[in-house]
Design a protein around this ligand. Structure first.
Ligand code: NAP
Ligand code: GDP
Length: 318
């Protein structure tokens, strides 16, 4: 119990011990690549529970928090577990933001997702469009729970003056992802499915038509951005982080087949949903702060992820 601590970073303030950066969800895809002093997992505290959340925040009294803990899934997870995706996310976000405020946390970064945007929206997605209409039917509970974090943070800024803000990444992938083939996001699910098809000499089955596009971001790019943002981003408005490089699902399937050297049949299951067809986003705001920020290409990111998956197959989440 108690997270991993880098004792060097502890510092004395007004007779009390404050430590610098606490990461919730520190064992996940994103939390594991962000720089921090204490990295929490669900074993340290169930953040859906107020008493456990307050106790762990009171113990560490973090000056800054990067809140990565969430119930996360791809199209399947969002469609099959709508109740859990709503309850877990709204409870975790509400408890974490309130506990941070109560223990005096000065700055907090909370992750949203491009799922929060309305389905019927003028593209490209940009920060001011979050609340302009209904989210897509496939993930509305997750989307509304996440939207409420934005509301809570705006309200807290107005009433308490805290420097809390939200970051909106597009579809993230990388080492430490959730490779569950039913509930994970598309890239980890496909890597795992391709592996199983290869092992068992079966078809590699892809959902939908392969025509939808996604803007994938390598987890380490999100980590680099979060390390900058927790010290430097001063707005209460969200900020989008995306490669802005849309790629068709059928094209990423081609890359996975190539990198995993799959020689069997690729089959398209058109009874499975396509989800949102496209969600192009704008990173004009990010570029205004960080004009030289570079995103890893999906080719390089996928090669690294596939290699990590092979090297860690026994222990990966699946
Ligand atoms: P992830 O890999 O699934 O990791 C989730 C983390 O949350 C894990 O460390 C997990 O701890 C922790 N957690 C889950 N339930 C918890 C609970 N009840 N109490 C305490 N901790 C709990 O998620 P991720 O992909 O890194 O996502 C990080 C953030 O980015 C989330 O806010 C997510 O919505 C957002 N985001 C993700 C994507 C994406 O494509 N993955 C895209 C856009 C935005 P255990 O290891 O102990 O289970
Ligand atoms: P989204 O970006 O939030 O919609 O979530 P995903 O990461 O789950 O991506 C969904 C897109 O990938 C849809 O167009 C699906 O039809 C397509 N897809 C193809 N095969 C799979 C699969 O095995 N799992 C998932 N999750 N999506 C798949």
């Amino acid at each position: 119990m108690g997270g991993t601590i880098n004792l060097k970073i502890w510092c004395l303030r007004k007779g009390d011990f404050f430590m610098q950066v606490l990461i919730t969800g520190g064992t996940g895809l994103v939390g594991s690549v962000i720089t921090g002093d204490v990295r929490l997992s669900s074993k340290d505290a169930d953040l859906r529970d107020w008493n456990q959340t307050f106790a762990i925040f009171d113990k560490y009294k973090p000056e800054k928090v990067i809140h990565c803990a969430a119930k996360v899934g791809g199209l399947g997870g969002n469609m099959n577990y709508k109740g859990e995706f709503f309850y877990d996310n709204i409870m975790m976000n509400t408890n974490v933001i309130e506990a941070a405020r109560q223990v005096g946390t000065k700055r907090l970064l909370c992750f949203l997702s491009t799922c929060v945007f309305p389905d019927d929206v003028e593209y490209p997605l940009s920060e001011e469009k979050v609340h302009l209409g209904e989210p897509h039917f496939s993930n509305y509970p997750y989307a509304y729970a996440k939207r409420m974090a934005d509301i809570q943070i705006r309200a807290y800024k107005e009433q308490y003056g805290v420097e809390y803000f939200t970051v909106i990444p597009t579809n993230i992938y990388g080492p430490n992802d959730n490779f569950d083939i039913k509930n994970g996001h598309v890239l980890p699910s496909l890597i795992h499915k391709c592996y199983l098809a290869q092992q068992n000499n079966t078809d590699f089955v892809i959902w939908g038509s392969g025509e939808p596009t996604r803007e994938f971001v390598f987890s380490k790019d999100i980590g680099k951005f979060a390390d900058w943002a927790i010290d430097n981003y001063k707005e209460v408005e969200p900020i989008i982080v995306s490669s802005t490089d849309p790629i068709k699902i059928k094209d990423v399937v081609g890359l996975i087949v190539e990198y995993m050297n799959f020689k069997g049949n690729v089959v398209w299951d058109r009874d499975k949903p396509d989800g949102q067809y496209r969600k192009p986003s704008s990173i004009e705001k990010l570029k205004s702060y960080l004009p030289d920020f570079e995103f890893t290409s999906v080719q390089d990111g996928l090669k690294e992820t596939v290699e990590w998956f092979y090297n860690n197959y026994e222990s990966v989440r699946k």
